[in-house]
Design a binder for this molecule. Structure first.
Ligand code: BES
Ligand code: ZN
Length: 874
């Protein structure tokens, strides 16, 4: 392919034309769809005068073009692969354009496409240009009217954004007319037509308006919408109570589709969801999946304000809506469930995935400077780090000032397309705080490291904390500046948390230190003994902390810290040390003993603890996280050390694990926080016990599998059997039974595929190849690709990193094939190979060889961008 062009933030210009009204009509035929658009266009008073109009458009068949009802001749315009240029247009006019598109042939799932027979759209970020010629950029906001025409009786529902104005039949054609009164950018446009069932409910807003709530699915899934509906109502209430945000239309619709590149999409008044993020039923859905549904429903709903009413000026500002909305959905979930567990999950995700991205060739700031393909920038950095940046702002400002800041933001910019800086400016204005240095979080990539050391002066009763910050170099950003890092701390002494007295001021037991310089020392007075510092409480900033804890300090934090994240972090630290010593061939008894003793004490007291938290404390650090601690990692050594530690822990804690497992048998059913916590602890215990080769534990797992009342327990037992090397017979048996039972439920079948693709032993690559041929697999469906190929490459560390490099080649071949149909998914699948420089020889070289072989193919822009960035020698 010719080298694609780079889009740069620095080149941003206001649009030359605006589209005041957009009138669309879709004629849905079997073989093609004709789209007619009437656009009321005016030149933008804010920008310089120009007379040529450039419209985006891709893969469109142009049928006709007219300005103010005058047909244009071929001399009046020019069409290239991505742009329609119309010469010499007036200052204000109506452009009438007819195009033909082929939704049935659309395998990229961007624009208008078909999923299980139904028509649906995905326009973010730049899919609308595959529907019709348009100014497909978020700072062009327009009022939309949409007419959908199809054979009468072809579809039971024909939906678009906003309110339905009319629904009639004329000459055998059904014509449905929609109007969205709120101006929006084209990426929020949606259309759905299909034969769907609908679950209805209603919600009374804080100002007393009645909103009709509808969830549309295929008939076979109509019994799986209750939970999403309840979640939606909770989210609507929460946004009123916590942010003062009320819903604005009379109707809110969700449609579930099987084929979807992402999780869900916030189209105005008509959210479109991947079935995996909306359908849920106690028999067939795990607790983790229930929580995912709750948070995705909330996330897309929250976008109605943070994204739709106030949107992004350009795609470099993506985190303005995504980071803010992720922060909002995380806080919602924390309020609905266990806050500690939610925070640990968030922190662990940052470490395992975002920190890895930040250390690799695709590292970029929360507000990137440039891109080739915007679809590649829906990243962990934009989303998760972006959410952490908003969280830091909320913590620096405090709840009242933060709320004043968001109120001002929503009020001032309602109906506008704005920037990350506009958001920060509101925070600055309402709080009076200087956020000048803080803004660097948006422009500087890389994970800051805090190197912390301390000293205690017994005579003066002073404790000194020395903090040095350093952000490693990232591609294109060799030099880094010091950031404003909020470091939340507590100091624990023998008697518990100490009062923190700094420069004569008493801050109580917990405070946030503003770390702003490259090096600084904080002096605490009246400290009567050398304390154990509890650092980065609640994961107060997305940074790495290194502080050389003594074993006994870690044990103290594990047992006594009042912050769940810090307890978890202390266990992770201890586990990390044991693994490191094993990898270096230098295992030390005291470290392992300290770990075992701590976990034993926790387990002996499990009934007095937050069981969900305890379940997290039992988790080993992921292989990815361990690998990221090394300059060059040896994947085999890491997997081996980790498996060994798991086995050692199981043996050392066997009686406690068994007691815990048995005590929690027949625990409360249902989806209460306590019930979910008990299940997660019990299934963690089962996972460990199944590392021990004993018939009794295989019996427990089988028993649980065949008698489970819910999917959480059934699937946990299945996974424990399939992933235990010595339970081969039981596992085969259970896998068959599971498929037999669930073969007609696509989402459960995906779990069945995934549990096999992530099995840590045996010839899994051969199994994965076989799964690709299984009737349950479908290479066009993104969920299936994720369940098999992405799961194998991202969640099966030991099997993916084979000495032969065969798995790397396999992935490259799959990507080349998938790229022909779905570039977005293909580019995402490439991520694991991009980290080749992290691994020792021959792994790193073999990964790079797989990338090299991929570069021999004809590639999409999406894959080309990731590939070329990851092949740059550093
Ligand atoms: N706006 C996105 C969906 C999207 C992203 C569409 C990129 C097209 C291209 C949506 O709001 C979103 O962020 N969805 C997430 C789930 C969410 C809970 C973080 C997703 O789809 O993974
Ligand atoms: Zn989003």
């Amino acid at each position: 392919m010719s080298t694609p062009s780079i889009t740069r933030l620095a080149d941003y210009r206001a649009p030359e034309f605006l589209i005041e009204k957009t009138y669309l009509s879709f004629d849905l035929n079997e073989a093609y769809t004709d789209v007619s658009s009437k656009l009321s266009i005016v030149s933008n008073p804010q920008s310089g005068k120009t007379s040529d109009l450039f419209l985006h458009g891709e893969q469109l068949e142009l049928l006709s073009l007219a300005i103010n009802d005058q047909p244009l001749s071929s001399a009046d315009y020019q069409i290239s692969r991505e742009v329609l240029t119309i010469y010499n247009v007036p200052e204000q006019f109506v452009l009438h354009c007819k195009t033909r598109i082929y939704p049935d042939k659309n395998t990229a799932l961007e624009g208008l496409y078909r999923s299980s027979g139904m028509y649906c759209t995905q326009c973010e970020a730049e899919g609308f240009r595959k529907i019709t010629y348009y100014l497909d950029r978020p700072d062009v906001m327009s009022e939309f009217e949409t007419v959908i025409i199809a054979d009468d009786n072809a579809f039971s529902v024909m939906l678009s954004n906003g309110n339905c104005l009319s629904d009639s039949v004329v000459d055998g054609k059904r014509i449905v007319h929609w109007h969205d009164p709120f101006k929006k950018p084209s990426y929020l446009f949606a259309l759905v037509a299909g034969n769907l069932d609908c679950l209805e409910d209603s919600f009374i807003t804080q100002s007393g308006r009645n909103v009709l709530l509808q969830i549309y699915t295929e008939a076979k899934d109509s019994d799986k919408c209750d939970f999403a509906m309840q979640s939606l109502k909770k989210a609507m209430r929460w946004d009123e109570e916590v942010y003062g945000r009320e819903y604005d239309l009379d109707r809110f619709m969700i449609v579930a589709v099987d084929d979807f590149n992402m999780g869900a999409m916030e189209n105005k008044g008509l959210n479109i969801f991947n079935t995996s993020c909306v359908l849920a039923h106690p028999k067939s859905t795990t607790d983790a999946a229930f929580q995912r549904v709750e948070s995705v429903v909330a996330h897309e709903y929250f976008h109605n304000w943070s994204g739709n009413r106030v949107t992004c000026r350009d795609w470099f500002q993506l985190s303005l809506k995504e980071g803010l909305t992720v922060y909002r959905d995380e806080e919602f979930s924390a309020d609905m469930n266990s806050r500690a567990v939610k925070r640990i999950d968030g922190a662990s995700f940052m470490r395992n995935v975002q920190f890895v991205e930040d250390a690799g060739p695709m590292a970029h700031p929360v507000r990137p400077d440039s891109y080739l393909e915007i679809s590649n920038f829906y990243t962990m950095t934009i989303y998760e780090k972006g959410a952490e940046v908003v969280r830091m702002l909320a913590n620096i400002l405090g709840p009242e000032n933060y709320r004043k800041g968001t109120d001002l933001y929503f009020e001032r910019f309602d109906g506008q397309a704005v920037t990350c800086d506009d958001f920060v400016a509101c925070m600055e204005e309402t709080s009076g705080k200087d956020l000048h240095q803080f803004r660097l979080w948006y422009s500087q990539a890389g994970t800051p490291q805090l190197h912390i050391s301390d000293s205690y002066d017994a005579e003066r009763q002073q404790y000194h904390l020395h903090v040095r910050q350093h952000t490693p170099e990232t591609p294109g950003q060799p030099l880094k500046q010091a950031l404003h890092i909020p470091l939340k701390i507590t100091l624990y002494g023998e008697q518990g948390a100490q009062d923190l007295i700094i420069e004569g001021k008493n801050y109580g037991e917990e405070t946030v230190l503003d770390i702003c310089r490259e090096q600084q020392t904080i002096v605490f007075d009246n400290i009567t003994e050398k304390p154990s510092p509890s650092l980065l409480r609640e994961f107060s900033a997305p940074v790495k902390v290194d502080y050389d804890y003594q074993l006994q300090q870690l044990q103290q934090l594990i047992l006594l810290d009042s912050d769940g994240f810090c307890r978890w972090d202390a266990v992770q630290n201890l586990m990390g040390r044991v693994l490191h010593e094993a990898i270096e061939g230098d295992s030390k008894e005291p470290t392992q003993d300290a770990l075992i003793q701590s976990l034993k004490r926790l387990l002996q007291n499990f009934s007095a603890m937050d069981m969900g938290l305890l379940a997290c404390l039992l988790d080993l650090p992921s292989e990815h996280y361990v690998a990221s601690r090394y300059e060059k990692a040896d994947p085999a050594a890491i997997s081996q050390a980790r498996t060994h530690l798991q086995h050692q822990l199981a043996l050392a804690l066997e009686p406690e694990l068994l007691a815990c497992y048995q005590a929690l048998a027949g625990e409360v059913a249902g989806l209460s926080a306590e019930a979910m916590a008990a299940r997660s602890l019990r299934n963690r215990a089962l996972g460990y016990l199944m590392c021990i080769d004993k018939a009794i534990y295989r019996g427990l797992a089988e028993q649980q599998f065949f008698h489970a009342e819910n999917m959480t327990d059934q699937f946990a037992a299945l996974k424990a059997m399939v992933h235990a090397e010595h339970a081969h017979i039981e596992a085969q048996h259970a896998l068959q039974a599971f498929y037999q039972q669930w073969q007609n439920d696509a989402l459960v079948v995906n779990m069945w595929l995934q549990v096999q693709a992530t099995k840590p032993w045996g010839d899994v690559l051969r199994d994965v190849r076989a799964l690709l041929e299984h009737p349950a697999f479908d290479k066009r469906n993104p969920n299936k690709l994720r369940a098999v190929i992405a799961a194998f490459a991202n969640q099966n560390f030991s099997q993916f990193h084979q000495l032969s490099g065969e798995a790397y080649q396999f992935l490259a071949e799959q990507i080349a094939d998938i790229d022909q149909r779905n570039p977005q998914i293909a580019a995402r699948l490439l991520t694991p190979l991009t980290h080749w420089h992290q691994f020792i020889a021959p792994y790193g070289q073999l990964m790079k060889a797989a990338l090299d072989s991929l570069s021999q193919h004809e590639l999409s822009k999406d894959v080309y961008e990731v590939l070329s960035k990851s092949l740059v020698e550093s």
